[in-house]
Design a protein around this ligand. Structure first.
Ligand code: SAH
Length: 345
């Protein structure tokens, strides 16, 4: 992919504009416009016409187009299916929480992690997203919905730590004061457990929330639903989580999709408690979202409540995630999958 100005940091953009003979203050103007989600240089009204034309010729602005937009009648959740400039599609979900509007963005087109319960991985990995393509999901969701975005979760299609450098750059962009200025504390990054990358992330000491998709208390179970566990087992993963906490001081948030008859017994909850001992954690229990292609089914309400109770009594705060947008295929990968199937891609 050619150089894209929207993937550049302000100092990098400054170098480009200097090269074009522009005064120092121009870079910030262009950067601010790009981070507002403009579609053309013509919208950059405080730039000289010649510069607008020059930039348009050398650095065309890429912007995603809405292919489908579904709005939940129940809770106002909006799901977007975007078409990227190369024709690939990704999903973004806008959720309206009491603390602020949150976007769930995709980090890759498809995914190569192969989790048994996940729709995003069914067609494998197509490609990684560029930094600007992650930024665009935030920008254009805000522009299209007219709702100010204050929080971001990297929990859409893809494995963020499998696209490490681009994700790090995206975080820098979206966090920048001249751009969207979204605080790291308002950002969560979710991983299926790529241990070396968790360690690399720890070194950066970012104030974001690391979410780890655990989904099982032991290898015997995790191996059957998450192939990544064969590369980095639960022992290694939990040790990396402990070290992450030591290094960053940030409590880890765990995700646990509750699957009927697979990982939802009382014994599983007790074992989980034992294994998390001494690790400041928060457990998000998510009743499995049923994916058409998979035989796995969600746990019963009673099993979920009992699981939560055992964790809470053992001192691990556990919340049952409210499922937003259940009426609009809002869990990862489902809308893209449906669309691709309908269009035989
Ligand atoms: N690849 C990253 C982030 C993307 S998925 C990760 O694995 O963490 C975001 C979360 O949704 C993960 O916890 C993932 O395991 C979970 N998830 C995927 N499919 C699901 C489903 N059908 N029901 C419930 N949770 C699901």
């Amino acid at each position: 992919m050619s150089v894209n100005l929207k993937s550049m940091t302000l100092p990098e953009l400054s170098a480009v504009l200097k090269e074009l003979g522009q005064p120092g203050f121009r870079a910030k103007q262009v950067y601010t416009w790009l981070h507002k989600g403009v579609r053309t240089y013509e919208q950059m009204t405080n730039l000289p016409q010649t510069l607008r034309a020059q930039l348009a010729e050398r650095y065309p602005i890429c912007a995603p187009n809405v292919v489908r937009k579904q709005e939940s009648q129940k809770d106002g959740t909006i799901k977007y299916l975007w078409r990227l400039s190369d024709g690939n599609c990704v999903e973004t979900v806008l959720m309206r929480y009491h603390y602020g509007n949150t976007v769930c963005i995709s980090t890759e087109v498809g995914c190569r992690m192969g989790c048994a319960f996940c729709a995003s991985t069914l067609g494998g990995l197509v490609r990684k997203l560029e930094p600007f393509e992650m930024l665009d999901q935030v920008l254009f969701t805000q522009v299209d919905s007219g709702l100010p975005i204050s929080h971001i979760v990297l929990m859409g299609i893809g494995e963020p730590l499998d696209n490490f450098d681009n994700v790090m750059r995206f975080l820098e962009l979206v966090n920048s004061p001249e751009g969207m200025n979204i605080s790291m504390r308002h950002i969560s990054l979710s991983t299926c457990g790529l241990v070396p990358k968790i360690r690399e992330l720890a070194k950066k000491k970012l104030q974001l929330t690391l979410s780890v998709s655990l989904h099982a208390p032991k290898d015997e179970i995790r191996n059957t639903i998450m192939p990544v566990n064969k590369a980095y087992n639960t022992e290694e993963l939990l040790q990396a989580c402990r070290d992450y906490y030591e290094e960053t001081g940030r409590r880890i948030s765990f995700e646990y999709a509750m699957i009927n008859g697979v990982n939802d017994t009382e014994a599983d909850a007790r074992l989980l408690l034992k294994r998390l001992k001494g690790l400041p954690a928060h457990m998000n229990l998510i009743p499995l979202n049923h994916v058409e292609e998979s035989p796995l089914k969600p746990s019963t309400r009673a099993a979920v409540m009992r699981f939560q109770q055992i964790l809470e009594e053992g001192g691990v705060p556990a919340t049952v995630r409210r499922t937003l947008g259940g009426d609009i295929d809002a869990s990862c990968g489902q809308l893209r999958r449906k669309y691709n199937k309908e269009n035989q891609q």
